[in-house]
Ligand binder design. Sequence first.
Ligand code: DX5
Ligand code: ZN
Length: 220
Amino acid sequence: MKNTLIAPSVLAADFANLQRDIEMINQSQADWFHIDIMDGVFVPNISFGMPVLDSIRKHAQKPLDVHLMIIDPDRYIKTFAQLGASVLTVHYEACTHLHRTLQAIKAEGMLAGVALNPHTSVGLLEDVIRDIDLVCLMSVNPGFGGQSFIENTYSKVAKLKEMIVKHNAPSRIEIDGGVTQHNAAQLVAAGADVLVAGSFIFNASQPIETIAQLKALPTP
Ligand code: DX5
Ligand code: ZN
């Protein structure tokens, strides 16, 4: 049985109690910290940047899964490696030379991820899938936490899974946006390997228990 990874999104944490919320994730069954970096250009929101990530990593005891929602991400690959990112995900829509960007991420010793906006077809990854460690399917339009899950994501997971198997690619499938108890089981059943969840975890009355419930979902 495979092991679904759970990546709480720090975007939904209480930034005035960030250390407390990081400790909660440390003590939970979560696998990764999901870190959303937004530039106010690629997406219509600005989240937080390097100084905050530097503080997070001093307390985080699990790998940092960094999701760059920024234009021209090549400029910052080395910076995020130095800040301790284990996974660095760039947006397909923000990369002119995606293959080159993926090699640059790997050259810095990180796993290379590609995120697809809801409108972007998984078929566009066919010629590069073997170079991708993680495909992040956005199940909301990126930029904000707390949005509603887009149902079309299920069929994208199925298509992507088929492509990964066909090419014997190493890629994990991550789902990001609007993940809750209403869709998590079906996503895992369809082939999702990593579930990102922000508001579902941090707004829960028992976040550690909520993470445990996601972790316990039956896998195919
Ligand atoms: C959206 C971010 C997500 C977000 C998820 O742009 O990439 O990671 O924090 O938050 P929820 O789970 O609340 O949709
Ligand atoms: Zn994200």
